[in-house]
Every structure is written in structure tokens, then in C-alpha cells.
Write a protein that binds this ligand. Structure first.
Ligand code: F6R
Length: 609
């Protein structure tokens, strides 16, 4: 998704902007650009494609300046092209970078065209810059004009704006899209997330909804949504510039797959005493909220939604807690009925997913009293807007395909199952058993990661395939869904997941010797049923790859390959079976030569609807 970097410094800002853009690459983008002001003149460079293309352009034709804004664009309005890349400018005096969507851009554009403004792009963003220039023609001062201009905008935006008439001031605005201010020594920066600015500062101010900041070298003034001057706290980030490095790994995704034992140990750290969960880890109001609730409604998107699907099995099977789950983008427009005393549980790696945030708002509008966020980004919008929070502590996840964020979400969700389940039918003995199993996870995952070489070989069978099916049953059906999502998003192989029992109701027609069928087969009460489903595929010549518990007798044959997964306790087994599927997608994508960490068309943090 679009990324913003900007700054006012006592040095040339261009290398800082470029480094910031590189650190935002993981969000997904199709073009990049930057603009600086030097001696009251605006200079701009834009390029279709990667930041290194922009960098090459700047090497040939450099620009300099102490104040500037930069952007990676993820196309929404208008195709990826140099003309549509940000910054957008008006009369070569004002330049804007934007993350979000201006919903009323069409009427604004029409009115500006009528006034003679010439549009050079198809973007919604270009209306912002012309609207600002038009406002400045009748208004004294850059800041005042920005404040008037944003009143005309409907939709979501994070903005970085510079203007040659006040060449020492950078203005930042936030409404519906995240923006942070980095506090340097005698300099300030802005960015869509802290990762962009870690080489220059670890001190951050998180702008709130409706904030407008006027920033110069020696002065930062923040106005809130009511135009009052406010002081926002400066927070010290625990992250360092190195924490988002790839190290010796070929891709972030592989690094993040391998980080899972540590990430899960972090997710558990300090949250149990003697195998008893300390429920204040959800926040100081946790006990009061959990005592009241009668059911759970989970809202999330993509991989986070899959984590929620697993949790529904856990909530209902282990604790008899009624649990619903819905994709956030559907929930927000369905006008659903919410039972009284339902706890809204949102799950999001980034905490900035527009659909999930909107679904939470919708749940509140429908009368939900309590909300809980499972999230990986401490200062994110979702965290701020929820009553209770459980941080997943996965550490920064840079690969667009979610891996460690997913398994730590599952871990966190199991803690929630315990906390709520205690008030239902989850006994102390069950809690002790689940806790001790959770603490075994890091070692178990280390053992599963040893399948790496075997899976690398297996991946070779996929390089030429166009389709794949994933099967699972019970709480492993969402793991099959997650396996299919990983494969399609990074290798571009079309993949579908089915609950194995559903196969005979239609998808069996797809089975032939060209169709790989990946099956998740842990040793649980559904195994015998699953074996029958495997037979159905095998009898029709399908190419089966079965991830199976090592303790089970295997029946490999010409068209059935068995991958033995280390034995694992029943409840936590969905977390374990995720790992080989992540590795499989990864190695297939590497063989296909795709852009593993930044797959085409995708964004890491989906801040638009
Ligand atoms: C897939 C993936 C996405 C995200 C989805 C929600 O690998 O990462 O499906 O899970 O866009 O994002 P978050 O979790 O940030 O709300």
C-alpha cells in the first residue's frame, strides 16, 4: 500500500527519503517519487517500478534540498505509471504525497477543471494539490490553506505537503490512514510507519485522527480535529534499524518463517505463572469484560481471518463459547445482528487494515460494548480503538505474505480461548495442559523446520503446475485455506482449499493426474474420515501430498507422497501444520522466480477499502 516519507533537516534530505522509501518497499507498490525544495524552487523526480529505478534516475540527474516528501504508490485510481506516481504538484509551487482514497475526487476534479486547472494524472490525489493551490490563492498562509482544504476532502488520507512560498515548513495530516512523526536532533521526519525512519530516529509521535502538524526544523505544532493545539507523547521505539534487516536470508519471508520459534516464545513470555494464564495481559479491564461476555464475534481479513477460523473451532470445542467469525469487508455492509454481550475480537497484523477498522466501527455502531484487538503493531489504529489488546509480539514482518504474524496470532488466540473459556467450560486441568503444550511449541517448530530440505525437493513438482487443491478437516481446514492462500499469493499458482468431506460435492471433478492435492492429516479424531477422502482422490489418479503425523503408519504409493510431521499435541497442531505449507509455497515461488517478498499487485498494509 502507498508509503509516505518526508522530512525537514539540516542536511540534504534526499538520501534519507530514498532510504525511507526502500524501507517501505515491503508494503507493496508500483512506482516511486520524491520532491524537494531548494532555494524556494520545487524539484521532483518520479519513476515507474522499483525505488532502485528512482535512485538510478537521481544518480544521473541529482536533486538536493533540506526539505522534501517521497512516496511509494500502490495504484488505486489510475494505472501504475510515471504520470500517476506521487508527488503531485500544482503550478510547481505545492507538492503532495497521499496515502488513502479521496472519495469525492470526481466532483472536486470537475470544479477545478472548470476553473482552468490542468490535470496531468488519473489519480484522486491530484485534486488535493490543485484544491490546495486554489485555496492558497484566497488565503493567507500555507497552514491555514491546508486546514481549509482538508475540510473539502471526503475519504481517507495521510498527507505530506510542501510549498515554495513557505519553504521551511512541512505539513502532515492524518485522517483514516496512519502517519508518524520521527523526532530527530534538530530535525523532524514523517512516515507511514516507523520502519522507514529507524536509521534516523527511534523517537516517534503517532498522529491521531484529524491531526494536522506544522513542522519546521525548530518547531512542531500539532492541531487536533477541533483545531486545538495539542501535545502528543513522544514514544521510544524498541526497534532498531537492524531489526528490519534480512540478515543472511535470501528473502524476508524465509527469515520470518525461521523466526517463528522465537516469535512464539515472545508471544508467551511473562503471560503465565505456573501454567496459569495471567489475564491482565489483555489490559486492566480484562476481568471485568470477560465476566460480562456471552459470545465472541471475530472480524478480520485474509490470513488473519484464517487465524480467526481456527480460533472458532477452539472456542466452541474446548470451552463451549459461542463464536462467530466473518470477513471484515462483508460484516461492515451486511447490517448483521449482534447478540447482547458479544465481545468483538479483531485480528490484524498491521492494525491498519481499513476493512477491519471499519468493521469494528460498525460493530460499535450496532451496540457492541467491548472490543479486543489481537495485533502486532503497538501504536496502530486498531490497538488504539479497542478496549482490550493482546499484542502478538511477532516483531516486524516485512514479507508481504504473512507467516510469523499468523502463528503468533494463533498463539494469542489460544490465550484468549483460555481467558474466556474459564468462564465457560474450560477446566483448570485443560488450561494446564494447553499451557504446557503451548510452551512446547518453539521446540516443535524447530523440529518441523528440519523438513526444509525435503520440502525444497517437493516444491520442484509444482513449478509447472497451474492449479492445486488443499484439503483439511476440523481446525486444520483453515490451515489448508492458509496454505492455499500462501501458494497463490507468492507463486501465482491458482489454489483452492476445501474441507475434505466437501470434495465429493463438486471439486472431485477437478481431480486428474495433473492436479496436486495437498492434505493436512494430523493424528486426531477425524483422521479415519480424512483417510477415506484421500482414497477418493487417489482412486481418481490425483497426485496426493499428505502431511501426516510421524507416528502413523504411512501408505505411500505411486501417486501418494507422505511427509512425516513431528508428533504434536492435538490442540496446538494447527500451528505446527502451518509451517510445512509456508515452506512449500516459499520454495515453489523461489523456483518460479517470483518476487517472493513483494508479490505482484499485493500490499502489506491494506489501508484502503
Ligand atoms: C496474506 C496476508 C493478508 C493479510 C490481510 C490482513 O499473507 O498477509 O491476507 O492477512 O491483508 O492484514 P492484517 O492482518 O494486517 O489486517
Amino acid at each position: 500500500m502507498c508509503g509516505i516519507v518526508g522530512g525537514v533537516a539540516q542536511r540534504n534530505i534526499v538520501p534519507i527519503l530514498l532510504e525511507g522509501l526502500k524501507r517501505l518497499e515491503y508494503r507493496g507498490y508500483d512506482s516511486a517519487g520524491l520532491a524537494v525544495i531548494n532555494n524556494q524552487t520545487l524539484f521532483r523526480k518520479r519513476e515507474l517500478g522499483k525505488v532502485k529505478g528512482l535512485e538510478a534516475l537521481l544518480q544521473v540527474d541529482p536533486i538536493f534540498g533540506p526539505i522534501g516528501i517521497a512516496h511509494t504508490r500502490w495504484a488505486t485510481h489510475g494505472k501504475p505509471s510515471t504520470e500517476n506516481a506521487h508527488p503531485h504538484v500544482s503550478s510547481n509551487k505545492v507538492a503532495v504525497v497521499h496515502n488513502g482514497i479521496i472519495e469525492n475526487h470526481e466532483p472536486l476534479r470537475g470544479a477545478l477543471i472548470d476553473e482552468g486547472y490542468l490535470f496531468t494524472s488519473e489519480t484522486d490525489t491530484e485534486v488535493i494539490v490543485h484544491q490546495l493551490y486554489q485555496t492558497m490563492e484566497h488565503t493567507q498562509g500555507f497552514l491555514k490553506a491546508v486546514k481549509l482544504m482538508v475540510k473539502k476532502l471526503e475519504g481517507a488520507y495521510a498527507l505530506g505537503i510542501i510549498c515554495t512560498e513557505e519553504p521551511d515548513t512541512l505539513i502532515a495530516c492524518r485522517k483514516g490512514s496512519p502517519l508518524v512523526i520521527g523526532v530527530g536532533i534538530g530535525e523532524y521526519f514523517i512516515a507511514s510507519d516507523v520502519a522507514a525512519l529507524l536509521p534516523v530516529t527511534q523517537r516517534f509521535i503517532f498522529l491521531e485522527e484529524g491531526d494536522i502538524a506544522s513542522i519546521s526544523i525548530d518547531k512542531l505544532i500539532i492541531y487536533d480535529a477541533n483545531d486545538e493545539v495539542v501535545t502528543r507523547p513522544v514514544k521510544e521505539s524498541q526497534l532498531t534499524a537492524d531489526s528490519v534487516d534480512k540478515g543472511d536470508y535470501r528473502h524476508y519471508m524465509l527469515k520470518e518463517i525461521y523466526e517463528q520459534p522465537f516469535a512464539i516464545s515472545q508471544a508467551l513470555e511473562g503471560r503465565f505463572i505456573n501454567n496459569r494464564l495471567q489475564e491482565n495481559c489483555f489490559g486492566h479491564k480484562a476481568a471485568e469484560v470477560f465476566d460480562t461476555i456471552k459470545s465472541i464475534q471475530i472480524l478480520a481479513c485474509g490470513t488473519s481471518y484464517h487465524a480467526g477460523l481456527v480460533a472458532r473451532y477452539w472456542f466452541e470445542r474446548l470451552a463451549r463459547v459461542p463464536c462467530n467469525i466473518e470477513v471484515a469487508s462483508e460484516f461492515r455492509y451486511r447490517n448483521p445482528v449482534l447478540a447482547e454481550n458479544t465481545l468483538i475480537v479483531t485480528i490484524s497484523q498491521s492494525g491498519e487494515t481499513a476493512d477491519t477498522l471499519a468493521a469494528l466501527q460498525e460493530a460499535k455502531r450496532l451496540g457492541a460494548k467491548y472490543s479486543l484487538a489481537i495485533c502486532n503493531v503497538p501504536e496502530s489504529s486498531l490497538v488504539r480503538e479497542s478496549d482490550l489488546v493482546l499484542m502478538t509480539r511477532a516483531g516486524p514482518e516485512i514479507g508481504v505474505a504473512s507467516t510469523k504474524a499468523f502463528t503468533t496470532q494463533l498463539t494469542a488466540l489460544m490465550l484468549l480461548v483460555i481467558a474466556v473459556g474459564r468462564r465457560f467450560e474450560l477446566t483448570e486441568a485443560m488450561e494446564q495442559k494447553i499451557s504446557s503444550d503451548l510452551f512446547k511449541l518453539p521446540r516443535k517448530i524447530e523440529a518441523v523446520l528440519k523438513l526444509d530440505d525435503q520440502i525444497k525437493v517437493l516444491a520442484e513438482q509444482f513449478a509447472e503446475k497451474e492449479h492445486a487443491l488443499f484439503l483439511g478437516r476440523g481446525s486444520h481446514y483453515p490451515i489448508a485455506m492458509e496454505g492455499a492462500l500462501k501458494l497463490k499469493e507468492i507463486s501465482y499458482i491458482h489454489a483452492e482449499a476445501y474441507p475434505a468431506g466437501e470434495l465429493k460435492h463438486g471439486p472431485l471433478a477437478l481431480i486428474d493426474s495433473e492436479m496436486p492435492v495437498i492434505t493436512v492429516a494430523p493424528n486426531n479424531s477425524l483422521l479415519e474420515k480424512l483417510k477415506s477422502n484421500i482414497q477418493e482422490v487417489s482412486a481418481r489418479g490425483g497426485q496426493l501430498i499428505v502431511f501426516m503425523d510421524e507416528t502413523l503408519a504411512s501408505a505411500a504409493s505411486e501417486n501418494v507422497q507422505i511427509i512425516k510431521v513431528p508428533q504434536v499435541e492435538n490442540e496446538i497442531s494447527p500451528i505446527i501444520y502451518t509451517i510445512p505449507l509456508q515452506l512449500l509455497s516459499y520454495y515453489v515461488a523461489v523456483l518460479k522466480g517470483t518476487d517472493v517478498d513483494q508479490p505482484r499487485n499485493l500490499a502489506k498494509s491494506v489501508t484502503v477499502e
